[in-house]
Design a protein. Structure first.
Ligand code: ASP
Ligand code: MG
Length: 403
């Protein structure tokens, strides 16, 4: 098999851990696999470099930041290569440039445009273990770019896609994806597998495990992703195409998003184009609107409620206030003490009663539902934040996810 293994910051957090990674890589190679290893900077290293830059400037050039930050990954890549050579392996460390990762010009948050994997192919062909410094590429002008914080996951997935690897393993300090946050529900169970779409919906569960951008890329490039821990031999969670999952459960997990705020617009003039005006202005202000509810109009006016991430609330208020000033909206109000709980599962495509079960679970616990939205594979409810944990635990019970 051709395997891409990616080791995150904690997995390479000190010299002993790099030695451990070398042992794992060595074992995978000895099993007869071809191997590309993508590494992060040692944990804390990127932040330390950011701190150094801030010592000199509040607003350093983003191109210089890329020169600086990309160095952390190169340290790990070369140390791992040296450790592997010492164990008798033929290993070769590469920068993002050598690995052929070409990006656009957006320094510090570049997007990968293409990968020219020739150098990696050649080295693999010679039987070498290829080690790539994650998180970085090069733009058309030859300047170093980085892919945004947490970006070495993306490097690994993109490389796995370009090389058509059989598997892309992401090693972190958590053992996989759980049915819900185990800190809220200790009975949460690790999933053996999950589809890309479910994983994207369960982002709040996977956020610390995997960058959403890398799951999207894995879906696009059809990369079989496994998240697992580098601290034991425990099996992880496979993230793959829906068709590859034999028996999809009705519900895979319960996600919780506390980072939501609700905006209510009262007395919105009921005329064609008003929703378009409001939501286009919000989009221009880069406010990320999630759920929207519009009520039936009364006397030429209606109410519109919607949710935004708490971080976007300030910008959203500025937009909404202009509609109050112009008289298109009578009044607005805001509520930050809400959260969104979501029941996610591809199985609900072909089953009835999944949403009804969610609603009765809320009713049984006397939790009032403020807003509802559904998609093919998700039922989301906005509720008061104080009920967040109760809601997650009772839904986890209701769908018997501990089994
Ligand atoms: N070292 C980079 C960061 O901390 C990239 C990564 O670890 O994925 O954001
Ligand atoms: Mg990471």
């Amino acid at each position: 098999m051709l395997i891409v293994q990616k080791f995150g910051g904690t997995s390479v957090g000190n010299l002993d851990r790099i030695q451990n990674v070398a042992k794992r890589v060595s074992a995978t190679k000895k099993d007869g696999n071809d191997l590309v290893v993508v590494v992060s900077a040692m944990s804390g290293e990127t932040n330390k470099l950011v701190g150094y830059a801030e010592h000199f400037s509040k607003n350093p050039s983003r191109a210089e930041m890329d020169m600086l930050l990309s160095s952390g990954e190169r340290v790990t890549a070369s140390l791992l290569s040296i450790a592997l050579s010492e164990m008798g392996h033929d290993a070769l460390a590469m920068t993002g440039r050598k690995a052929g990762i070409v990006t656009d010009d957006s320094h510090t948050k570049a997007r990968i445009e293409e990968i020219n994997p020739q150098a990696m192919h050649d080295a693999l062909h010679d039987g070498k273990i290829v080690i790539v410094a994650g998180f970085q590429g090069v733009n058309a002008k030859g300047d170093i770019t980085t892919l945004g914080r947490g970006g070495s996951d993306l490097s690994a997935v993109a490389i796995a896609g370009a090389l058509k690897a059989d598997l892309c393993e992401i090693y972190t300090d958590v053992s996989g994806i759980y049915t819900t946050d185990p800190r809220i529900e200790p009975k949460a169970k690790k999933l053996d597998n999950i589809s890309y779409d479910e994983m994207l919906e369960l982002a709040s569960l996977g956020a610390k495990v995997l960058q959403n951008r890398s799951v999207e890329m894995a879906k696009k490039l059809n990369v079989n992703l496994v998240t697992r821990t580098s601290f034991s031999n425990e099996q992880g969670t496979l993230i793959t195409k829906e068709e590859n999952i034999m028996e999809a459960p009705l519900v895979s997990g319960i996600a919780l998003d506390r980072n939501q705020a609700r905006i209510s617009l009262m007395g919105v003039k009921d005329r064609p184009g008003i929703a378009s005006d409001i939501f286009n202005k919000l989009a221009t202000a880069e406010v990320n609107v999630d759920m929207i509810i519009q009520n039936k109009a009364h006397d030429g006016a209606t109410n519109i409620d919607f949710t935004v991430p708490v971080n976007d609330l300030h910008d959203a208020k500025l937009v909404v206030d202009t509609f109050v000033k112009s008289g298109d909206v009578d009044a607005d109000s805001y509520n930050e003490d809400i959260c969104k709980v979501s029941v996610v599962g591809v199985g609900m495509k072909s089953h009835v009663g999944v949403a009804a079960c969610a609603f009765s679970t809320m009713a049984d616990n006397n939790i009032n539902i403020n807003m509802i939205s559904t998609s093919e594979i998700k039922v989301s409810m906005v509720i008061d934040e104080k009920y967040a944990e109760l809601a997650v635990r009772s839904l986890h019970d209701a769908y018997e996810l501990e089994k």
